[in-house]
Ligand binder design. Structure first.
Ligand code: OSB
Ligand code: MG
Length: 392
């Protein structure tokens, strides 16, 4: 990795793009998953997705709120996001013209938490800004990669045989890394079987907080399988016990749920709670914090990768842009649209090449068209919030 970290990334921080957002739309869309996705939290077979759009400058910018319906991965839900956007975040956007991403971030800062709600709006703002500047999202944030490496996250399966078939299927499609969801009772024996058949693949596991400090023996037992990482073994808000566990196992710990801000990332690295960070724009509150975590890790040579939340194509397009930054050195959980949905909300859908990469679009904006007709047939609810003196 490059050690010259004084990179002056051309970021969207100058004040020359000031414009007034005139309307904010908050839409919920239900998309069926091709197959149920099971984690240590439980199983889901569809996603109720909150999409937000900002209108201003004669343009529309799209973002996605990655909150789930139930407060399991995080305390945020579709319901809390709609409430917080409508009653608190939208009004501060509409209050006066926005100058840049820092301005938006500063307006949100007085409201505690609700990172996914904030992120959805930051994504939409950055899409709008990219169009205004006629840049791709990747160019706007200083991305350097023409294509990104991707992996797949495989949910807990009914049987080990079914899991093994899934592993084969995704390796055949070219995916560069396989991540297995684990929980007590679906861990060491399962990983052993996968590793036995695939001695050389990049393999990782994600526990979504299913273990306790007392379970260290199970986690130590995973050391023999040469895993790339163990993602989030302990509690969602824990750093201290993760540092203890990290000192007792060889496999690098990667934190997901526990990293909710750049301050938190710095503290995790200082404490030795992890050696790798999964960056999800939604979990950390948007591009501002995601870029700050990237820059911090890049300076310290800590590998990062882009996590996923079973997003629609809109969230996925933003993830692709984020993963084009130079510090994203490990394959992301950014799979093809067809891995999740029969049909995606963007055209063309995201595709993965035979060598496990996704191309980073270079055209202005998102790099994909939002399929408004398809969206409208799957929309359950739309709310529009306008500036007070607007006549439209
Ligand atoms: O922990 O990374 C996670 C999906 C929903 C919630 C949490 C997680 C995940 C995944 C799926 O692992 C990643 C993807 O979008 O493919
Ligand atoms: Mg995870």
């Amino acid at each position: 990795m490059q050690t010259d970290t004084a990179v002056a990334l051309p970021r969207a921080r100058s004040g020359f793009d000031q414009f007034q957002v005139e309307q904010i739309e908050v839409r919920t869309v239900r998309l069926r998953l091709n197959e149920p996705f099971e984690t240590s939290f439980g199983s889901i077979d569809s996603r109720l997705i909150v999409l937000v759009s900002l209108e201003g400058n004669g343009l529309t910018g799209w973002g996605e709120v990655v909150a789930a319906e139930a407060p399991r991965y995080s305390y945020e839900t579709v319901g809390t996001a709609r409430h917080v956007i409508r009653d608190y975040l939208a009004p501060v956007i509409l209050a006066q013209p926005l100058t840049d991403l820092d301005d938006l971030h500063a307006r949100f800062a007085p409201f505690r938490g609700h990172n996914m709600a904030k992120a959805g709006l930051e994504l939409a703002y950055m899409h709008l800004l990219a169009q205004t500047r006629k840049q791709s999202l990747s160019q706007l944030i200083g991305g350097t990669r023409p294509a990104i490496a991707v992996g797949v996250s495989l949910g807990i399966q009914p049987t080990v045989d079914q899991l093994l078939r899934r592993v084969e299927q995704y390796l055949a499609l070219g995916y560069q890394r396989i991540k297995l969801k684990i929980k007590p009772g679906w861990d060491v024996a399962v990983v052993r079987e996968v590793r036995r058949r695939h001695p050389n693949i990049l393999l990782s596991v994600d526990a979504n907080s299913a273990y306790r400090l007392e379970d260290v023996a199970e986690l130590q037992a995973l050391d023999e399988f040469d895993l790339l990482m163990i993602e989030q073994p302990l509690d969602h808000d824990d750093l201290v016990d993760h540092a203890k566990i990290q000192s007792m196992i060889k496999t690098p710990i990667c934190l997901d749920e526990s990293i909710t801000s750049s301050r938190c990332a710095r503290q995790a690295l200082e404490l030795g709670s992890c050696q790798i960070i999964n960056i999800k724009i939604g979990r950390v509150g948007g591009y501002s914090e995601a870029l700050a975590i990237h820059d911090l890790c890049y300076a310290k040579e800590i590998p990062v990768w882009c996590g996923g939340m079973l997003e629609s194509g809109i969230g996925r397009a933003h993830n692709i842009a984020l993963a084009s930054l130079p510090g994203f050195t490990l394959p992301g959980d950014i799979s093809a649209s067809s891995r999740y949905f029969a049909r995606d909300v963007i055209v063309p859908p995201v595709t993965v090449s035979a060598n496990g990469t996704v191309e980073v679009p270079q055209s202005p904006g998102l790099g994909f068209d939002v399929d408004l007709d398809y969206l409208s047939t799957h929309t359950e609810n739309v709310e529009r919030i306008k500036i007070k003196n607007s006549t439209t």
